[in-house]
Design a protein around this ligand. Sequence first.
Ligand code: TYD
Length: 213
Amino acid sequence: MKRGIFITFEGIDGCGKSTQAKMLANFLMEHRIDVIITREPGGTPVAEQIRKILLDRSHTEIFPRTELFLYLASRAQHTYEIIAPALENNKWVISDRFFDSSVAYQGYARGLGMKQVLDMSLMATGGIAPDLTFFLDISTAEASLRMKNQGKILDRLESEREEFMSKVRDGYLKIAQENSDRFIKIDGSNSPEIVWEKVKNIFTQKYPEFIEK
Ligand code: TYD
């Protein structure tokens, strides 16, 4: 059955994926593609409540498996309420993070197992998976610098050590090795405009039929 196309953005905290997700959404709208933009954890009222639990810095006692199940719960709700109906209605969906975040953060960096977390995520989404994923790769040093420059108040996860982010990055690099068709690594260390040129080029090569010349 024909359905819309599902695109996700991934990367360590501070990699700039939210900006690129918005730029792609604007580009698609300019080409008269009906698109919605959403994010994880969150995306629906129930999922946003779960997000609050996850990102509350006072919740230092959240156990890695509890954390995983909360992300999965948020994702299940988000997928059934927002993503699946949109795709069925032939809309495109852009999500700022999706299950690769769980595979990299919980599966790899927290050591719960990449394959197992992927299988659990697919159960949560009823088999729905992205068609294309942009992984914006930056070093942990660059990420910390950006967050400091933005004067960002660190949430529970962001205040964790750079070491953890370095593991997350390794997790993403492993996903990239194993999913080279869908999961595209892009150097995210340049300005948003330069990164956007790369995102746009890859997108246009993959879906030329949707873009008027
Ligand atoms: P996000 O709001 O995207 O933060 P940022 O804009 O700083 O990237 O994500 C919040 C945090 O949740 C981020 O540290 C990554 C983490 N996360 C997981 O650990 N697993 C997941 O499955 C998801 C979706 C996010």
